[in-house]
Design a protein around this ligand. Structure first.
Ligand SMILES: [Zn+2]
Ligand SMILES: [Zn+2]
Length: 309
């Protein structure tokens, strides 16, 4: 099983930061440097140098340790534990939004809770982008609590299509559990309709962001018409916007609720600036600076492999 390596570019910010490296042109993938000498007796002391960062990465070879999930892979199926966490998360959301509506009715105050809910929806998109950027770029499977999410998102970049085969509760259970633990105490302690409107919408959009993400990988003809309409209206993240996230240089379009923040964050290089700050403070390089690493590159299936499923 193998894949086709995609075209490689140098990460933009990294290029700017590394002044020792000359600009890269895609048509000149190997850089050779020579030094001339004026003396015939003195040989050139510097051998030809092939810059390793300009050498194309060979196609990714999938070994037994790195298997491609099959359509009926158990890791894509929902378990009763997944369903229970999604039920707990949905119950939490219903309590929050229900109490917000009840409070609004009791106080005859509708504008503020609705505005708070809208702000929650807008900020959920920003939150999804920050979280997605963080787990795409930092940490590994050994990190407590979020390690499995980091591993799952790295696997997602290798096999993006598997998210469309993942069952609903399997896809949402991790965020549903986080929502239950963090939001339920707030909902039980606070009975302000404005706060509950904000918390209910924000946490609901974050919990369902993985479903919106899965829809952004769907094909138009197979998605429900309402989902396509919401994607095209910009209410949910669009398929074209998220497709750009899965192409080099793999460092943009991180937001997966509505995608409304993507243009602003990418235009102002917000995440690239954060990466530079973290690099100079801690010395840790984000994974997006190593975009030619195999974990970013999608494995392409051959027709025979698709038929074999
Ligand atoms: Zn990603
Ligand atoms: Zn994706």
């Amino acid at each position: 099983m193998y894949s086709l390596a995609q075209h490689k570019y140098i990460p933009r910010f990294h290029l700017q930061a590394c002044k020792n490296h000359p600009p890269h042109h895609p048509s000149s993938p190997v850089f050779c440097s020579t030094t001339t000498t004026t003396s015939r007796d003195k040989p050139n002391p510097k051998p030809l140098v092939i810059e390793p960062w300009l050498v194309p990465v060979p196609p990714t070879v999938v070994t037994a340790d790195n298997p491609r999930p099959m359509n009926n892979d158990p890791s894509l199926q929902s378990t009763w534990s997944h369903r229970a966490w999604v039920a707990a998360g949905c119950t939490t959301l219903l309590i929050s939004l229900g109490e917000s509506i009840k409070g609004a009715m009791d106080l005859n105050m509708w504008a503020e809770p609705i505005l708070a809910g809208w702000v929650g929806y807008i900020l959920a998109d920003l939150g999804s982008g920050v979280y997605h950027w963080a787990i795409d770029n930092y940490g590994d499977a050994s990190i407590p609590i979020v390690g499995t999410q980091i591993e799952a998102f790295q696997g997602h970049h290798k096999w993006p299509w598997t998210i469309t085969k993942r069952q609903f509760a399997n896809n949402l259970h991790a965020l549903a559990r986080a929502v239950t633990f963090t939001v339920l105490p707030i909902v039980l302690l606070c009975h302000d309709p404005i706060v509950e409107g904000f918390v209910g919408m924000c946490s609901g959009c974050i919990m369902f962001s993985q479903q919106f993400h899965a829809w952004s990988h769907g094909t138009k003809s197979r998605l429900p018409p309402l989902v396509v309409a919401l994607q095209e209206a910009g209410v949910l993240v669009s398929r074209s916007q998220h497709a750009a996230h899965h192409r080099p240089p793999y460092n943009n379009n991180y937001c997966i609720v509505s995608g409304v923040w993507n243009e602003f964050l990418d235009k102002h290089k917000v995440f690239e600036a954060l990466e530079m700050v973290l690099y100079f403070k801690t010395g840790v390089r984000p994974r997006s600076w190593s975009e030619t690493a195999s974990e970013w590159i999608e494995e392409i299936e051959t027709p025979s492999q698709i038929q074999a499923q």
